[in-house]
Structures are given as C-alpha cells and as structure tokens.
Write a protein that binds this ligand. Structure first.
Ligand SMILES: *Cc1c(COP(=O)(O)O)cnc(C)c1O
Length: 361
C-alpha cells in the first residue's frame, strides 16, 4: 500500500517523526549502548525521561503547581474504579453525567464502590448530546461530579467545561486529551489513557489537585493510591517505561507543531471537512449527533442504507483508509481524527466517500 491512513479509535495513529525517533532509541538510546527498553527505571537516564515528560506536559497544559501529574497503568478503565476508591473520603456517593457508552461503563464500575447519582443522562435521546448543565441534578455531599469529556464510541463532545459545580469536577479525557487547551483549574482530576492521542497502550495519565489526595479508602492497594504514587513520583513500582518515553516524544512533537492551540485549529478544520461531506451527501451519510455536540476527534456517522456498511469498510480498506468500522456496541462508521492524523488523510477519506456515494446512490 502506497499510503495508508489509520482512522482507528485506539491504539491509533502516531506522528511519523515520533516513530522514527523511537525506532532509533529502540536499538540505541542516546549513544548509551542500551535500548530505551533496557534502561533501569531507577537510573539517571529514565529519571530524566520521566521528569522531562512531566515538565513538557505541565508546559503544554499550563498545569498549576498545586496539581500532581501521575503516570500510571491500568488504562482509563482502571480509573473507573480508582476514582471512587481514591476520592470518596467520608462521602457516600458521587454524581455522574451519562452521555454515552464510556460514561455508562464508568458508572457501572463506580457502582461497585459507591452510590452513584446519575445527575443527567442523554440516553432517552440516543446519546446525541450533552445534557444542559442547568438541569443537572447535582447533589449536596457528593464526593465529586464525573463527566466523560469526549464519548469516543458515540462521537459526542463537551463544547465547554461545566463550571460552578459544588463538588470537584472529574473528567475522563481519554480521547480528547491534548487536542485543545483547557483550564486545568476548572477540574479536580483529569485522566486519560495514552493510546488514543499520545502514545502506545499501557500508560494512563492522571492530573489531580493535591488537596484531593489522601481521601482514599482504607485497604486500597498501594500502587493504586493516587496519594502514594504522587509521593513516589509515579515510581512506587516499575512504571511503563517505554510508554512514558514515547509520550514524552509526543509532548515535544505537539509543542513543535505550535502547541494545543495548533492542535485545536487542526482538529476543527479536519472534523469540519468530514462533517461537511456527511451533511452534504443528500442523506446518503448522516451523523446522529446534534451539531453543537459533535466530536472534533471521533466522527461517528452512518449510511442511510445500513446494509452497505461492511462494503464501505472493506472498499475503504482496499483504498488505504483503515479502521473505519464504528464501535462494536454502537455500530455504523467512525473516523478518529487524533492529533497525528494529517488533513491530507481526511481529504482522502472525503474523496473516497464522495466516490462511494456516487457509485452506490
Ligand atoms: C478508550 C476509552 C476508555 C478505555 O480505555 P482503556 O485504556 O482501554 O481502559 C475509557 N474512556 C474513554 C473515553 C475511552 O475513549
């Protein structure tokens, strides 16, 4: 295949420059005679890798000093349990906003550890929006309010950050992390798996306000305690060293591209190009999400004739447009436009869609 464009939801496309650097470091890290995979995590070389990655991430997001940055394992799915286990304190419940597949998974997991108040849900309208915060039933005494910043499977994204809640805002930002600037001070805690927008699977980033540390439930495993990992610089045990290294390269790549403002501009241009093709197809393609809440990152759409879906995916694959099948529980089609997807790739997809529509209309 001459050129292949990877629209996978995760693990997903990475910048070629980052992969080239990683390739070199795999055989010889900085002329040390060792692969980056072989560096002991307690040694000076890895300590510098993780310290630089943290400093670069702090700079990208302008993370205030009263927030800790943790490099953990277990994925966002582990945080579904670890958030209540670490933040519940004396409270007996937490508020959750349900906007699609991932928030439902998150709520189901949290219910194993605390009472969950679903403060708002868009299930009745088929997960096509973010419920208006004015109508959220947030409760006094909740430990926190949890949102899913971007619903990767449904293609629904918060166009704003809900503020003026009475409890700390906790956000699963897995699929939109580092795609636009955000004001970290609006949040108590942000978490994101790395394999959507940053690097390889195996790393989960947690940014947490330090005054929320120390509310963990008794008996929590040490490696899952945010407080203990913060005290240990995320090195209570062996961190995912290669994933941290690669994330560090990705942070430098984003900065070199112009930072989060540049990532946001690009994501707006790319997603607008694709939504325009969908909306302009005369009903051949359609996007079920209300315009205001359409994701810039995971564009979910359908064919009016659902029977053509597999054919679309197969013909696209033959044309070098990979991994366009929608999430297995949602169906339809999905194009993930993460930071490393160039506009050229989206233009190729749009050209293919026009051609497919002409041939099958
Ligand atoms: C992919 C994803 C997850 C799950 O991530 P894992 O690393 O597989 O646990 C959770 N939330 C969102 C929003 C996601 O996109």
């Amino acid at each position: 295949m001459d050129t292949a464009w990877n629209f996978a939801a995760g693990p997903a496309v990475l910048p070629p420059e980052v992969l080239a650097q990683a390739r070199e470091a795999l055989s010889d890290f900085n002329g040390s005679g060792q692969s980056v995979l072989e560096l002991p995590f307690t040694g000076p070389q890895f300590r510098e890798i993780i310290a630089t990655a943290e400093a670069d991430l702090r700079k990208l997001l302008a993370i205030p000093g009263d927030y800790a940055v943790l490099f953990l394992q277990g994925g966002a799915s582990a945080q579904f349990s670890l958030v209540p286990l670490n933040l519940l304190g004396e409270a007996d419940h937490a508020d959750y906003v349900e906007t699609g597949y991932w928030s439902r998974k998150c709520i189901a997991e949290a219910q194993r550890f605390c009472a969950v108040n679903v403060a708002a849900s868009s299930a009745q309208t088929g997960s096509d929006r973010v419920p208006n915060p004015g109508g959220w039933n947030v409760t006094a005494g909740a430990a926190y309010t949890h949102i899913t910043g971007n619903e990767t499977a449904d293609g629904v994204e918060y166009p704003w950050t809900p503020v003026r809640l009475r409890t700390p805002l906790v956000a699963d930002m897995t699929s939109s992390f580092l795609t636009r600037p955000l004001d970290v001070a609006d949040f108590g805690l942000i978490y994101a798996s790395a394999q959507k927008n940053i690097g390889p699977a195996g790393l989960t980033i947690v940014v947490v306000r330090r005054d929320l540390l120390g509310r963990e439930q008794p008996g929590i495993p040490a490696v899952f305690s945010y407080r203990r990992q913060a005290e240990a610089g995320s090195m209570l045990n062996t961190p995912p060293t290669f994933a941290v290294y690669l994330a560090g390269l990705a942070f430098k790549w984003i900065a070199a591209q112009g930072g989060l403002e540049a990532m946001e501009e690009r994501s707006l241009r790319k997603s607008a190009m694709l939504y325009r093709a969908i909306d302009g197809s005369g009903g051949f393609f359609r996007c079920p999400v209300l315009r205001e809440f359409r994701s810039r990152v995971n564009v979910c759409f359908r064919l009016a004739d659902g029977l053509l879906t597999d054919r679309f995916v197969e013909e696209a694959r033959e044309a070098g447009l990979l991994n366009l099948k929608g999430h297995s529980k949602v169906g339809g089609l999905r194009a993930s436009l993460y930071n490393a997807m160039p506009e050229e790739g989206v233009a190729a997809l749009v050209a293919f869609m026009d051609d497919f529509a002409r041939r099958h209309a």
